[in-house]
Design a protein around this ligand. Structure first.
Ligand SMILES: *[C@@H]1O[C@H](CO)[C@@H](O)[C@H](O)[C@H]1NC(C)=O
Ligand SMILES: *[C@@H]1O[C@H](CO)[C@@H](O)[C@H](O)[C@H]1NC(C)=O
Ligand SMILES: *[C@@H]1O[C@H](CO)[C@@H](O)[C@H](O)[C@H]1NC(C)=O
Ligand SMILES: *[C@@H]1O[C@H](CO)[C@@H](O)[C@H](O)[C@H]1NC(C)=O
Ligand SMILES: *[C@@H]1O[C@H](CO)[C@@H](O)[C@H](O)[C@H]1NC(C)=O
Ligand SMILES: *[C@@H]1O[C@H](CO)[C@@H](O)[C@H](O)[C@H]1NC(C)=O
Ligand SMILES: *[C@@H]1O[C@H](CO)[C@@H](O)[C@H](O)[C@H]1NC(C)=O
Length: 502
């Protein structure tokens, strides 16, 4: 029996698209599927073969109380030693590509190119070649939150020299790995990374007078664009790859007030802070105005958001071959009622609302709201002139259940929304990457939040990997290229989501 989801409502709101049947349960032609991890969250081997100390090595040793379960990253999944097993699992499940990241301190132990560590380069060449030999495409993130502690001691992303230091490091990666890697991501999630300069929710855990986050984001954008232009000028012709950045964006839905203005402000502050400079030039106007106003009200001498010069604006604009989208969940954006009382609690002037019926992950902020993902994809299309989108992360955290029905439900409903956005609304999404291949060290949650489709036993010295139910679900759908006609064992996860669509 075939279940085809026929869209009967919702077409009218999407302008200029006629209502017609959309088979949202079958993979769009040519779409590729991958799984993601990052270096410090999975590799372990923190002090072998001349690797230097990263800000995350330092932070987890220095502040175990900052990590929910007090763990450090000395071993994590031990993937530095077990990468062949990881590749075998990727192959067995049937993913097209693997998104992994490079540890800056394995390549440049002190951060600068004054000392290049061949053993580090060799490790990533080994991983890359093993992937290719198994028919899995490598997709490389050059920097995913872990930078050399020596550079952090010099201010990290508060120091404008970080732009050049990152660019030097990136050039080495292009030169060494570029012959094998055709998709690069410069920097993962600038907004999340830069929270490390605005409190202790991330390494380096510095609270810098509300200047930190925006100063960091500005330097990160400059570093990204510098690396992009290096690739473009020096490597693109011979290597022929693509390069971009990943932008973490919340989705949005509406309550009965249908407040589309607040939804736009929420989008600009969250997603637009990276999307706008890259696709349209400069920070969003609304954001510049709001932050300038708030800074003035707070008696700062100038806006806390740095001003980009015309030269930087045009250098950053266009510096991405694809829109790398990291997406997890959605909210309803509403105006902060305190502002009518003359009290400013946030630069955006918004508050987040959620609905009690949304299924919530182990981290309390990730809720299953698939329609918010669809709205986000259409917003990106409309806002940035329908860019090529690679979903670089999407996933759901639980407590480590082996029968992870909620995770299957999440993937199933999110992909259905994405397929609709592609087939019905013309969004150009060509890749979809899950976070994560396996349970790993989830930043300040340590091992308390589990995102993997493969379980890792963190109390065992061998760090055994065991595929969860969602891994066998993924294996099944990657073979059939459709979300329907599945074996009964997945029914509990599907019960709710297919209700109303059959
Ligand atoms: C590396 O760290 C481990 C602790 O994880 C320690 O036992 C070992 O001695 C260290 N090795 C070196 C070479 O410093
Ligand atoms: C890379 O693989 C080669 C060949 O298997 C091996 O000799 C070498 O030790 C590996 N290098 C690293 C850094 O793991
Ligand atoms: C919500 O507002 C938008 C823009 O003003 C409008 O196009 C849409 O029809 C409204 N939707 C509802 C359900 O009121
Ligand atoms: C910023 O302040 C000016 C002057 O008070 C006001 O006219 C403007 O609407 C404010 N802008 C924003 C985005 O709040
Ligand atoms: C509004 O202001 C009050 C008093 O300062 C504060 O307790 C409350 O958290 C604020 N609300 C929001 C949404 O920030
Ligand atoms: C994890 O490994 C430990 C030590 O080998 C073992 O005692 C435990 O049963 C394992 N846990 C699971 C869930 O397999
Ligand atoms: C269906 O969804 C409800 C809440 O949305 C949840 O409590 C229930 O466990 C779900 N049932 C199954 C079989 O997943």
């Amino acid at each position: 029996m075939k279940y085809i989801f026929i869209i009967l409502t919702g077409c009218v709101a999407i302008s200029k698209i006629s209502c017609h049947e959309v088979d949202s349960l079958t993979f769009p032609t040519g779409m590729l599927f991958g799984a993601a991890t990052s270096a410090f969250q999975t590799e372990g081997a923190w002090n072998v073969s001349d690797k230097g100390v990263s800000n995350w090595d330092y932070w987890t040793h220095q502040c175990p109380q900052c990590i929910a379960d007090g763990n450090n990253i000395e071993i994590t999944c031990n993937s530095y030693y077990k990468y062949k097993e990881d590749v075998a699992l990727l192959k067995k499940i049937g993913f097209n590509y693997y998104r992994f990241s490079i540890s800056w301190t394995r390549i440049l132990p002190h951060g600068l190119k004054t000392k290049v560590n061949r053993a580090g380069i060799e490790h990533y060449l080994n991983l890359t070649k093993t992937l290719i030999a198994n028919g899995i495409e490598p997709m490389v993130t050059i920097y995913h939150f872990d930078h050399p502690q020596t550079l952090e001691d010099m201010g990290g992303w508060m120091n404008k020299h970080m732009v050049k230091w990152f660019a030097q490091y990136a050039r080495i990666i292009f030169k060494e790995l570029g012959p094998y890697v055709k998709i690069f991501t410069t920097i993962n999630e600038p907004q999340k990374l830069c929270q490390g300069y605005e409190g202790n929710s991330m390494s380096p855990g510095k609270s810098l007078l509300d200047y930190g986050e925006y100063t960091c984001i500005t330097n990160v954008l400059k570093a990204h664009a510098t690396a992009y232009h290096i690739y473009d000028k020096e490597f693109r012709e011979t290597q022929g790859g693509q390069i971009g950045i990943t932008n973490p964006c919340d989705g949005f839905v509406f309550d009965e007030t249908n407040d589309t203005i607040s939804a736009d402000i929420g989008f600009q502050f969250g997603c637009g802070v990276i999307g706008h400079p890259i696709y349209k030039g400069d920070y969003p106007k609304l954001m510049k105005e709001r932050i300038a106003n708030c800074s003035k009200a707070e008696d700062y001498p100038e806006s806390r958001l740095p001003t980009l010069t015309e030269q930087w604006i045009s250098f950053i604009k266009g510096s991405s071959d694809y829109f790398g989208l990291n997406h997890y969940s959605s909210v309803i954006w509403l105006p902060d009622p305190n502002e009518t009382l003359g009290r400013y609690s946030s630069d955006s002037g918004l508050i987040r609302k959620t609905r009690p019926e949304w299924i919530t992950g182990s981290d309390s902020t990730t809720k299953i709201v698939p329609e918010g993902f669809g709205n986000l994809l259409r917003k990106i299309k409309e806002e940035y002139d329908n860019p090529l989108v690679y979903v670089t992360e999407n996933g759901f955290p639980d407590h480590g259940e082996m029968k992870d029905y909620d995770r299957i439900k999440y993937y199933r409903t999110y992909m259905e929304e994405m397929f609709k956005a592609v087939k019905r609304d013309g969004c150009r999404v060509e890749r979809y990457t899950i976070w994560s291949l396996m349970d790993n060290f989830e930043l300040n949650s340590g091992y308390a939040a589990r995102f993997g489709i493969i379980k890792v036993n963190f109390t065992s010295p061998n760090r055994e990997r065991t595929p969860k139910l969602s891994a066998s679900w993924w294996k099944f759908i990657l073979r059939t290229h459709k979300l329907h006609d599945l074996p009964r064992k997945y029914a509990a996860a599907e019960q709710n989501v297919t209700k109303g669509s059959r």
